[in-house]
Design a protein around this ligand. Sequence first.
Ligand code: SAH
Length: 361
Amino acid sequence: MIEHLFKKMDQGAALFRNDLVSLLELEDQDAIEALFKKAYQVKLAHVGNRVRLRGLVEISNICIKECLYCGIRKGNSKVCRYRMREEEIVDGALVTWKSGYGSLVLQAGEQQSEGWTAFIERLLCRIKKETRNELGITLSLGEQSRETYERWFKAGAHRYLLRIESSNRDLYSKIHPENHDFHKRLNALNDLRKIGYQVGTGVMIGLPWQTTGDLADDILFLKEIDVDMVGMGPYLIHGDTPLARQCPDFHHRKSHQLAMGLKMIALVRIVLKDVNIAATTALQTLDPKGREMGLLAGANVIMPNVSRMDYKPDYSLYDNKPGQDESSEKSFEILRQNIEAIGETIGFHEWGDSPHFLKKA
Ligand code: SAH
């Protein structure tokens, strides 16, 4: 059965939903290793072994949303809310630029107001100017109107990350309150594409109620909407959230979460081939070498956190987020050594755009 699937993959034949489910359910360690090896070959053939870096600045934890799993949801009154000042964010961009990371990601909780739109617009123009247009800029600022996305695109952002969280509408509605709309999020992804952004989306892996069939559907969904970038990671508990209270004994599935996270990366690489795939911080939370494992399973992007030390603890999406008590420079030095130790190189001073997007252009 499994041999048959490996043969299918070697021949480059399309994997069906059932095939993906079988591969996601692999338990045999040798078979799982073989899957990662296969994904790594596909990665070498389509995107190479150069790791793309994006300096991540978490610019604000203020959020109007109530996602039931997220630590910075509006209703969590324990969070100390912040919005970085323009000067501080520009400093973060300059550190990213001078460190040679090539690209920047600005991420925040969701805010929708003319003041916020104009603030980001001004910021983008400034960063572009002060880094001589050498820094690629990705935004991850949630759902916005098409007009807002257009303004930010014109101001210099060219990539946008907006996770669909789960492509199963029923599961989506179980992990969000009623006023969070799956279709609105899908439309936002469409708007971004039409405007000309490189579009990234993804899901959380190992959510309560989620089946391997759901995850197989997620992979097929990513293929169908023709994304350029994929950012996905294991679901992790944040103690002060409704989902944690509803499913309190979810902790014991930690090793399973890591394995599923890696299998998803491998299968997305095998099915989508030439997209950029991030090895996310959530993997690192489950294992100190989780991101490097992600690279070996097919990922090619890492987003080192360059946020200031004093803000890091307040951007707590889930419990035990790593690197909170360590300087970004120190964390990066360890990461660099680990990347080189697994035989990969780093694409310094490059935007590292999605090869899939560039082919379409
Ligand atoms: N507000 C923005 C971006 C910030 S949240 C947006 O909506 O796009 C970034 C991502 O963190 C979310 O898309 C979600 O997938 C992830 N996340 C939030 N809580 C999490 C948790 N408990 N475990 C794992 N990932 C989580």
